[in-house]
Structures are given as structure tokens and as C-alpha cells.
Design a protein around this ligand. Structure first.
Ligand SMILES: Nc1ncnc2c1ncn2[C@@H]1O[C@H](COP(=O)(O)OP(=O)(O)OP(=O)(O)O)[C@@H](O)[C@H]1O
Ligand SMILES: O=C(O)[C@H](O)COP(=O)(O)O
Length: 409
């Protein structure tokens, strides 16, 4: 896309000296889970599989591996249901090796465990976001992580838009650092898309992280041209519909963002960019409702109901816009697809993206899980492990995690 940032020159993974050294690998294992307590399981392991080439290469090169990731948003506190236990289990199955999981992120026990780790052995740290210093990019927490290693590899493309301690703090402190193979592959694939964009460009956005992604959407709109389109579903659409004066009942909306939604409408109108919103919604009494009622947006959502998916007329409208796209980027499910009653809109969009003849890119933990569930993943040109990260990349923003690898080299 015109004006997009080029990726900076990065050090090489192959040149990094890892032989018998403690290598801290930041990955994005923020994967969808189901169940509670000991019954928790990973429902989509795409992000874990995507990091395997880097981990296997390091094992072959006799590195002593310390793997770390965030999982969900525990906000600096220990939340048992967000422990890395199920992730360690799945990683161990995939690598066919034992994984050691200490019960904390940093501390004396972790230091001892890491120092006792031999070449080819793997420690997975507890959820980085159990520590308040991670999201605050606290220098002391970054130092504690840096002390655990001799070299640092960032393979967490999906978290590279977060200026957090494990993403930007550690590479500033550990001289021997490099992007992992997944990070390099993502930057290459997305860079090529952004440099040679075929139009019309259709951005399909949904999901629940409205406040995170709305600013990016405003900026993205400024880069679009006449006949490009932004298609909006999921909880994201609720706030846009409210900004247009629709009645949303008990649906998830973010009133503080109404002005921002209006900016998207104004910028899009000024550039002849189409903003496509749902015209009908599937509603229920709760996220786990076992039946859905289709409501026309013009009639409004009843007070005791929540919009949990786009409706059938919206599916058809969205599919028709997507099918005309020469480049289609999709991030964020159209509804609460984890409940089969509210999965139809997301599945319809997955099929439309897969069937469109243009270049297709799908990103995001839940979006890729939904795409996998639809059985159409093989029909997509590039599946990115990054949701917010790929959206920011496509919008042309510099990703702090990538800049940190380049500048502190
Ligand atoms: N109408 C809705 N109301 C409530 N939740 C919704 C609605 N539509 C979608 N969701 C929820 O949004 C979540 C996914 O949104 P999210 O923005 O995290 O997407 P993602 O693909 O994982 O991207 P990222 O990788 O950036 O997190 C799903 O858990 C889904 O249930
Ligand atoms: O799922 C994602 O997009 C990444 O893991 C980042 O997660 P976050 O939005 O909670 O920072």
C-alpha cells in the first residue's frame, strides 16, 4: 500500500551464536483455550505449530531453550486459568520432548532451573503477563528476563505491536539477538503484500478488541482509495451501528469510541471508500444461548438481547463485496463463533474470502482458529499469526518489536 513502512534491516537468525548458550525465545502462544482448571485445552494450535521451525532449528544447534509468551490478559496478576500448563502440554506433544514449566515467570527457582538446562532442553516460563512489569515495559523486569539468557530470539510476530518488556526491553539489553524464522517469514509475506497491493482492497474487520483496533482503522481509512471497502462485523460493528443511531439493546458497545467511529465514516466518505455494516444481526440472551433470533438493524435489538453474529442478509452483502476484492485482508470474527449458534456469519466470511479470486490474507488468533474450523485454510494465500500486529503492519505502522531488533543491534 502506498506509503507503507519498509521493514528495517534485521540481524540474521542463522548467524546468531546459540551453541550451548541459554537462548530466550519470545513466542506468541496466546492461543484459544476451552475448559477450566486441569480440564483446560488448546482449541487451535496454529500459533504453537508456527513457532516449531525456529524451536527445532535452535534445538538442532544445541541451544539451551527458554521459551516465553503471554496468554490472555491477566493484567499483572496470577490467574490460574491463564497458566501456560495446557500450552506446555501441546508444545511437548508437538516437539516430542519434555517441557519444564516453573510456577513463576522470574525468580530464584527459575534462574536455577534455567542454569541447569542442558543443550536441547526446554523451559517454558509462566505467563509473562502475570508480572505487571511486562506490559509496563518495566526496565527491572526486562533486566530479570535478560539475566536468564545469553541470546534472544523474537519469533512473536503476533505481539510485535506491543511495546512490552519481553518484546522491546530485552533486545535492548541482550546484544546477541535476532528475529526467529516465523517473524522473518511474516515480515517478508506481509511486506510483499503491502508493497504491491492490487485494488480494490477490502479490509474485513470484526472481533472484540474494538478500542485496540479502532485507531488503526481510522489510519487505515486514510490510506484507502475510491472503491476500496471496509467491511465491519463482530462486536466492532455494534459500536459503528450505535454511532449511526441504531438501537443495540444489551449488545457489547464502547460508547467512548463513538466519535472515533464517526471519524472513520467521515474519512471514508471523503475518499469514496465504502464502509459496509451489518443490516441484520443474530441475537441471543447470552453468549452461550442455544437459539438465535434474527433482527433487522432498522428494527433495533430488543433490550433483553445481545447482537452475537451478523445475520443472513449481511452475510450475502459482505460476501458480494469480498468477492470483488483483488486484495482481501481479514482480521476478527463476525460473531461469537465459539458457540455454533453464532458461527454462521464468521463461516460465511471465511468461505467468501477463500472463494474470492484476489490475494487473501487472514490474521489473528481467533480469526485463524475460525478459518481452520471452516476447513478453508488451504485456500488462503497468507495466514498470519498476527491479528492486531498484521492490521498495524497493513496500516503502515512501525512495529515496536521489529524496530527494537533493528535499532539496538
Ligand atoms: N458480537 C460480539 N459480541 C461479543 N463478542 C464477540 C462478538 N463478535 C465477536 N466476538 C468475539 O471476538 C473474539 C475475537 O476477537 P479478536 O479481536 O481477539 O480477534 P483475533 O482474530 O483473535 O485477533 P487478535 O489476534 O488481534 O486477538 C472472539 O472470542 C469472539 O467471540
Ligand atoms: O492475540 C494477539 O493479537 C496477540 O497475542 C496480542 O495479544 P493482546 O492483544 O492481548 O496484546
Amino acid at each position: 500500500m502506498a506509503g507503507a513502512m519498509a521493514s528495517p534491516e534485521l540481524p540474521s537468525f542463522e548467524d546468531l551464536d546459540v551453541d550451548n548458550r541459554r537462548v530466550l525465545v519470545r513466542v506468541d502462544f496466546n492461543v484459544p483455550l476451552r475448559g477450566q482448571g486441569d480440564a483446560r485445552e488448546v482449541t487451535d494450535d496454529t500459533r504453537i505449530r508456527a513457532a516449531l521451525p525456529t524451536l527445532r532449528a535452535l534445538i538442532e544447534r544445541d541451544a539451551r531453550l527458554i521459551v516465553c509468551s503471554h496468554l490472555g490478559r491477566p493484567k499483572g496478576k496470577v490467574v490460574d486459568d491463564l497458566s501456560m500448563g495446557p500450552v506446555a502440554g501441546r508444545l511437548s506433544e508437538l516437539l516430542e520432548r519434555p517441557i519444564r514449566l516453573p510456577d513463576e515467570v522470574v525468580g530464584d527457582g527459575v534462574t536455577k532451573l534455567v542454569n541447569d538446562t542442558r543443550a536441547g532442553e526446554i523451559v517454558l516460563l509462566e505467563n509473562l503477563r502475570f508480572e505487571p512489569g511486562e506490559e509496563a515495559n518495566d526496565p527491572e523486569f526486562a533486566k530479570a528476563l535478560a539475566k536468564l539468557c545469553d541470546a534472544y530470539v523474537n519469533d512473536a510476530f503476533g505481539a510485535s505491536h506491543r511495546a512490552h518488556a519481553s518484546v522491546v526491553g530485552v533486545p535492548g539489553l541482550v546484544r546477541a539477538h535476532a528475529p526467529g524464522l516465523l517473524m522473518a517469514a511474516e515480515l517478508d509475506a506481509l511486506g510483499r503484500l503491502v508493497d504491491n497491493i492490487a485494488r480494490p482492497f477490502v479490509a474485513v474487520v470484526g472481533g472484540a478488541k474494538v478500542s485496540d483496533k479502532l485507531g488503526v482503522l481510522v489510519a487505515l481509512t486514510e490510506r484507502l482509495q475510491a472503491d476500496d471497502a471496509i467491511v465491519i462485523g463482530g462486536a466492532m460493528a455494534n459500536t459503528f451501528l450505535l454511532a449511526r443511531g441504531s438501537v443495540l439493546g444489551g449488545s457489547r458497545v464502547e460508547r467512548a469510541l463513538l466519535a472515533e467511529c464517526k471519524r472513520v465514516f467521515a474519512k471514508a466518505a471523503a475518499r469514496d471508500v465504502r464502509v459496509i455494516l451489518p443490516v441484520d444481526l443474530r441475537c441471543g440472551a447470552a453468549l452461550d444461548s442455544d437459539d438465535a433470533q434474527v433482527v433487522a438493524v432498522a428494527d433495533g435489538v430488543p433490550d433483553d438481547a445481545l447482537a452475537l453474529d451478523i445475520g443472513p442478509r449481511s452475510e450475502a452483502n459482505f460476501a458480494s463485496v469480498i468477492s470483488a476484492g483483488k486484495t482481501v485482508f481479514w482480521n476478527g470474527p463476525m460473531g461469537v463463533f465459539e458457540n455454533p449458534v453464532f458461527a454462521a456469519g464468521t463461516m460465511a466470511v471465511a468461505a467468501a474470502v477463500a472463494d474470492c479470486g484476489g490475494y487473501t490474507l487472514v490474521g489473528g488468533g481467533d480469526s485463524v482458529a475460525a478459518l481452520n474450523a471452516s476447513g478453508r485454510a488451504d485456500d488462503i494465500n497468507h495466514i498470519s499469526t498476527g491479528g492486531g500486529a498484521s492490521l498495524e503492519f497493513v496500516e503502515g505502522r512501525e512495529l515496536p518489536g521489529v524496530t527494537a531488533l533493528a535499532s539496538s543491534n
